[in-house]
Design a protein around this ligand. Sequence first.
Ligand code: PBG
Length: 338
Amino acid sequence: MRHEPDSRPGYPATRPRRLRRDDATRRLVRENRLSVDDLIQPLFVIEGHDRSEPVPSMPGVERLTIDRLQTEAAHLAALGIPAIALFPVTPADAKSADAAEAWNPDGLAQRAVRAVKDRVPDIAVITDVALDPFTIHGQDGLLDADGYVANDITLDALASQALSHAGAGADIVAPSDMMDGRVGAIRQALESNGHTETRILAYAAKYASAFYGPFRDAVGSAGNLGGGDKRTYQMDPGNGGEALHEVELDLSEGADMVMIKPGMPYLDVIRRVRERFDVPTFAYQVSGEYAMLNAAFDNGWLNREACVMEALLGFKRAGANAILTYFARDVAGWLAER
Ligand code: PBG
């Protein structure tokens, strides 16, 4: 005898729980998963030898000298992590109004790239293209006479910086400055100097976020910025549609991959960008997200591994192809144990 689906209240024909009753079935029907291939580890680099410094607002994160960076890169590569993103800590006496240290061929960033590519050639090295670690005022661009971050004169500086990174062997340059037209300026400079294979990962939708605080401590730009903010160039947190416009522009100017930043408060933007353009879409779980989660872990309020994995899976579900996360090393270890 056949039961009509709705004839027996309390005995539904469709029972979604069937697919959740055991681990084998849950694994079979799981739509998204996190893999070591998705992970990019950001790393902070300092001058000196065989030394590391903890970053107080980012428990577990250390700034590394170049020799230690090489060892760390080798370790990350052995774990299967495909890429690292380098952030140099510029000594105060190398900062200037014109940010010239940004394109010094022997600057810390450039030496770090060469050292990593020399020791661990197969790990992809991503460099940050922006002037904030190099300016005395901590802004990502150069200032005009009124103290406004001037767009067009900054483009030349960014192109020089990107060229010097490519020359040092960077695989991917990542403009994070949010000046208009910078992807086009960088692409043109790369093409006309023979760096046709250098990829551009554009921080296409980068918001003027309060979640970057610990990063600015880590690279030592917070003091330079003082009470200043970046709202004349980074995006307003209220805007979603504008992110699509930014992505469209960066793609038309020659970006190979685009990034949304920060991550967790902007998952809707990741989803919209991925659906609209279906190009490699990366997400950045930023320093403040890392600090926030660690504060809860260190208080015993949340489970570290479970919450990190769930947060990163959320990025995948939203549509991210890869994730910059300060947890990358830990996650690669956990994935290897499973
Ligand atoms: C520099 C840059 C910032 C971050 C990445 N590149 C800081 C900023 O824009 O002030 C933030 C990363 C993080 O918070 O983890 N342009």
